[in-house]
Design a protein around this ligand. Sequence first.
Ligand code: KIV
Ligand code: ZN
Length: 383
Amino acid sequence: MTDHVQISDTTLRDGEQAAGVAFSLDDKVEIAKQLNRLGVDEVEAGFPGSSEAEVAAIQAVSRVVTGRRTAVLVRALRSDIDKGAEALKFAEQPVATLFAPVSELHIRVKFGKTLDEVLAMIEDAVQYACKRFQQVIFSGEDVTRADPETLERCYLTALSAGASMVSVPDTVGYAQPEEFGRLVARVRALVGPDTGVRIHCHNDLGVGVANSLAAVRHGANIVSCTFNGIGERAGNAALEEIVAALAIREDYYQRKTRLKLDEIYATSQLVSRLSGVAIGDTKPIVGANAFAHSAGIHQHGVLQDRSTYEIASPSLIGAPERGLVIGKHTGHHGLRAKLTQLHVDLPSQGAFDAVLAEVKLRAHNGTDIDDATLLSIVKGHVN
Ligand code: KIV
Ligand code: ZN
């Protein structure tokens, strides 16, 4: 197995399950082309069981996904598998992720079946899917609340029926990082070193990214995630955060992805625009403030050496420089640097002090001072 961590992007499938999000066919194709540029290892294009329109959209997506896997999500039903095969008939590397319930709650309450019935269903569905797809990945559903022995029986049944990888989703975002790491280590020990282990984390308790990274430390080699963390309920683990952590803390994880990191910002912006889901200012890696320095002490440090308060440069992910924010926390060093950037040379220390005082007054309510406003403040103090 390769040593890099593979990324399976599910923005088009689980990402679209975010309340209020609906991508058009053209949106999906545009996002898929960008995911190609970014270099993800797998594009999960959709859930063909949902509609004919979804099948058509997956077909369109699969035509532009080249040099990597295109995946669909299917239930362990022959009818779903047939729709999946139809949806991926043009794909270069078609993959089915076939899922079945594995927790007692899902098996009994949601499904009204016994474990033996579920095992029989998994065996039949995996065998049927293997004849129609290049690869079949078996995914449990609600894995983190499942009895470990039941889970192992489900995975072993799927593998002996022909599945080539297993997927470990935290469907309801219930697991905690150390616990999820231990679970993944157990699955890795069960399937051996040569079988792919994909993980897929939801963010209900705000630890989707932490769980994904813990899984990588414990033997997962494929991470399923979405751009900007969009997805069902509180969303999925955010791709950009996982990939950036693996790159910036390579010393710790010892494995990184093969993505073109400088396409991350553009992809995040595209997904935000087409999904209509805004990116919070303080969102790690891609938020407007992720690389902005506001406090006087921080600005002073960054002006001497950026690494004092920056763990990476925005250019790493292709983001524009945000640099120094002029606002209520700005100090002498920050203002002086900003004025130099704007080619402003104030005639005296008195004028400088007056400009700084007015900046602080105007920004008192939290409004940052943009360049045009700063220049008008300067003007008021030099004439
Ligand atoms: O979260 C999940 O379990 C999923 C599928 C694999 C059903 O998105
Ligand atoms: Zn999911």
